[in-house]
Write a protein that binds this ligand. Sequence first.
Ligand SMILES: [Zn+2]
Length: 469
Amino acid sequence: MTARATRVLVLTLLAGNFFEILADHKQLKAGFNLFSKEQDVHLGQEAATKAERDLPIVRDRAITDYIQGIGRRLSSQPQAGGFPYTFKVVNESSINAFALPGGPTYVNTGLLRAADNEGQLAGVMAHEIAHVALRHGTNQTSKANLIQLPAMIAGAVLGGNGSMLGQLSQLGIGLGANSVLMKFSRSAESEADLLGTQLMARAGYNPIEMARFFEKLEAQGGRGGPEFFASHPNPGNRRKAIEEEIRTLPQRNYAEGESDGLRRIQAQLASLPPTDRDARAQGIEDTRGGQVPRDGQVPRAREATRPSDRLREFQARDFSISYPDNWEVFGSNDSAMVTIAPREGIVQARNGTSTVGYGAIMSFFYPQYNDGRVDLDRDTRDLIAQLKSSNPTMRADGNSRRIRVERENGLLTTLTSESPFQGESEVDLLVTVTRPQGLFYFVFISPRNEPKQVRGVFRQMVRSVRFPD
Ligand SMILES: [Zn+2]
């Protein structure tokens, strides 16, 4: 090729790419999320290990290779978010598929049988990949405003009874079909359809096959459709939305059919053992942590380390704060929730859940009204109500006071409650601040009769809070 021809080719490729970027104007961004991407991966792998103990995973090489080939073709697109995806086939006759946070994706043999062509199968897989890429599982868990989450992250780091997944299931966020982590909202479904459409088009599959397959499943009603729709509720007007999205994508000629491979694999399914549907219909329902608690250990406050007033800085995803250098950070620079506490300040209950008896937690509260826009007074009241419902002994000590945190408006509320340390009560100093993504909150927890110096450390921490512009 001549130099000129090479230049023309390169320019053409660049231009093609450029227009594609322009055309993908429906940029879908992951919503409110307190978890880091790594925590998604960690949680999903824990869940996958647990789920696979109960699920009849197909080991047949040809079937597995086939699904992995389609999965890789879709998940290698940049919009899939670079998660470590894996694809496995489950020997289940129900027409279903699911994906766990961070990438583990499962397709039932029932779904393989039901698809008319590879595009339809790819459509469901693209839809599942989109849920992972948009982080819908942890997004919905974050929006549930479980104020126990930051302590849970600490408990998971410390080990003992509480894995992250086990603690989540104690909070009612397991992996069963109806749990917050796995049951998607209609708006999440629409987003997954749109991103799935983009993934299919980029991978060379005709996205309309996704819409056709969903229509077919719906028409089937009782015969297999509902399993998928139980965790993926139909947002309505699916076909129209997908068609509109296709019109925004660059014109492509999709290979029709692509069904020879699928036919071969469908024939191969006959060699698998019969499915045992009843026993496994709820294959991943039970995910309790369920370890035996250690007896005879009654944590006491005096074992906890008082905060030093030498501070160091921690940078989280959406804020930074200085903290006592003899305390430890439990969280990640990429997440929006963190516990900073001495190890002895974290108390693990018998059921595996963790609470902070001495230390601080920081996170964001997702406003339940007002379209996610923050209202300092109302959302602080909601947050306090949430704190009280998780700890019935909690009382507000007078009214909230206005304060400034960095340059933002904030409130300081003093709460008291029983301490997880035996025979103690505690003071919880709550600071709330309006931020665009939600109500930022910082709770400083200490036993009631601690020396004045401790209150001074709290004030220093509040003054050190910074938000990125
Ligand atoms: Zn879905």
